[in-house]
Design a protein around this ligand. Structure first.
Ligand code: NOJ
Ligand code: MG
Length: 568
């Protein structure tokens, strides 16, 4: 009797122990999330005006569910003169009529909650539009708004002429200071002159921006992607002057952003602290209102060491996902070794400090993968970003292999980034099913009849099928076990063959093998086991379910990517 109870008790304790272990390794939703960026102007038009809108997104939410997306972040949908297509906001808590109404937004949130897709909004704190009420008040030096933006008289040269306060250049090129005739001062803008920088040393600016966060949290959003994080604070001398930045040596053109080394206008420590402040605000909101973790994605083209600070300094926490853009620097010649080096750069800093990884495929500011790396490498990159541990971030259309669409300047748009913002390719209808109208704000790709959702749904091993397959794998226990010892590893087996292993103790092991090169690769004695093919790209001669004995010779065709599985 006693013995039986002892055994039972022992068994119970063992179970408890296992559960607490599991709990310790449990990951929050965002840590293995499949994130998807929607550029609202280009996703789906519902009213026939040729510009995408909120009702269009709502119509297409089921699609996001179908392809396995956890959360989608929307580029700005707020009231804007559209000088930078919504990144110039004139009212931070109003929906721009081109996108719809607040009711449309509420309906989108309701549907998203219903089907279980999280919604993340773009938060653009660095600047507003020059048509924003706050800027107008600041120009008029209205009470409380005098220093809401960054103003300065400028400096005098030897001949007594007035010059801008410093040599700073804007990200888009040309001086970062513009003279305002009405206020008789210069204002700072790190982007267009129609995007004046807010002064975050000013309590009212901080307060207003926090209210913006609260407004959208109250309407049910799951987090924010923070725009242009590195640019939020600038260095100011004690005497109120601004220090010139040193020449970088990378460019001989004084109007180019690359001309200067941005030691005073990028990644100032106050910006790191501001992120901690926003995260604390989100946490407090969550503790008061319940619900799942609200997240911050940070857009920062900064060193990994700086991104690590944006994540946390050990004491304070900032953005859960400071976006990792390093894989966007791969090109058509990149090898498996390059992928490993790029990943190491991130993992050696972030991962070692227990900071979750994320992998970004592309965005509305950069060339599409088909153009950056070549069409035959789109699947490879989609496989890689979803096979690495952590969150993946896909730019709309990359899951079907959309390419850049050459554009000419029109009265609506003339931006070097237009080619990667072309309308989503849904089906075989006119304008790829993006709009019922006759025109689209940017041209639809000529090859949309080949690359679209409808066609790719029906074609085995299409880019869409590979993407969906990877999302299913991302949800398995083995792919979610990346915090357990032995949960993952990656290496270059040869210069061109990348291997990523994902495993959960006592269940399954997956091996993701990617041939980045244009030659057949042979790998000898990869492992002492037989594995099964569970995902195959178009370049693979195998069938799903085929077995391969890895103790012998294993072959990969040019540009072939496969996933193998074994159960233990
Ligand atoms: C980064 C955004 O992604 C880009 O599109 C925009 O022009 C700048 N920030 C300025 O807001
Ligand atoms: Mg529309």
């Amino acid at each position: 009797m006693t013995r039986r109870y002892t055994v039972l008790l022992f068994g119970f304790l063992l179970l408890l122990n296992i559960f607490s272990d599991l709990e310790a390794q449990e990951i929050d939703w965002w840590e293995s999330a499949a994130l998807y960026q929607i550029y609202p102007r280009s996703f789906q038009d519902s009213d026939g005006d040729g510009v995408g809108d909120l009702n269009g997104i709502t119509e297409r939410l089921e699609y996001l569910k179908e392809i396995g997306i956890t959360a989608t972040w929307l580029s700005p949908i707020f009231e804007s003169p559209m000088s930078d297509f919504g990144y110039d906001i004139s009212n931070f808590t109003r929906i721009d009529p081109i996108f719809g109404t607040l009711d449309d937004f509420d309906a989108l949130i309701a549907k998203a909650k219903d089907i279980g897709v999280k919604i993340i909004l773009d938060f653009v704190p660095n600047h507003s539009s020059d048509e924003c009420e706050w800027f107008k008040k600041s120009i008029r030096r209205e009470n409380g708004y005098e220093d809401f933006y960054v103003w300065h008289d400028g400096i005098a040269d030897n001949a007594g002429n007035r010059l801008p306060p410093s040599n700073w250049v804007s990200v888009f090129g040309g001086p970062a200071w513009t003279w305002n005739a009405e206020r008789q001062q210069y204002y700072l803008h790190q982007f267009q002159d129609k995007q004046p920088d807010l002064n975050f040393s000013h309590p009212l600016a901080r307060e207003h921006m926090q209210e913006v966060l609260k407004y959208w949290l109250d309407r049910g959003v799951d987090g924010f992607r923070i725009d242009a994080v590195p640019h939020i604070f600038e260095k100011i001398n004690d005497d109120g002057t601004y220090p010139d930045e040193p020449l970088s040596g990378w460019s001989t053109d004084p109007s180019s952003y690359d001309y200067l080394d941005h030691i005073y206008t990028k990644d100032q420590y106050a910006t790191v602290e501001l992120l901690y402040e926003w995260r604390a605000f989100l946490k407090k909101y969550q503790s008061e209102n319940g619900g799942e973790t609200r997240i911050l994605l940070a857009e920062a083209y900064s060193s990994v060491e700086t991104l690590s600070q944006y994540f946390s300094n050990g004491t304070h926490q900032g953005a859960q996902l400071p976006m990792n853009f390093n894989l966007m620097y791969l090109n058509g010649y990149s090898t498996a070794e390059d992928v490993v080096n790029s990943a190491e750069y991130w993992m050696n800093t972030m991962w070692k400090q227990h900071q979750t990884a994320n992998w970004v495929v592309g965005n509305h500011d950069n060339s599409r993968v088909a153009d950056r790396m070549g069409r035959h490498k789109v699947d490879l990159l989609n496989v890689i970003v979803n096979a690495m541990p952590g969150a993946s971030v896909t730019y709309y259309g990359e899951e079907i292999g959309m390419g850049n669409v050459p554009t000419e300047c029109t009265p609506i748009s003339c931006d070097s980034r237009d080619p990667e913002r072309s309308p989503m390719q849904w089906d075989l209808q006119a304008n790829a099913g993006f709009t019922k109208g006759d025109t689209t704000w940017l041209p639809v790709a000529d090859d949309y009849e080949r690359y679209n959702v409808q066609i790719e749904r029906g074609v085995a091993r299409s880019t869409l099928q590979i993407f969906k397959g990877m999302q299913q794998l991302k949800k398995t226990a083995a792919f979610k076990a990346f915090k357990q010892p032995g949960g993952f590893s990656y290496n270059a087996l040869t210069q061109n063959v990348l291997q990523i292993v994902r495993a959960a103790a006592n269940s399954e092991e997956y091996r993701v093998l990617v041939n980045m090169g244009n030659k057949v690769e042979r790998i000898e004695n990869l492992a002492d086991k037989t594995m099964e093919y569970v995902l195959l790209t178009i370049h693979s001669p195998h069938n799903y379910g085929d077995k391969v004995d890895l103790s012998g010779s294993f072959y990969l065709m040019p540009y072939e990517a496969v996933v193998l599985r074994s159960r233990t």
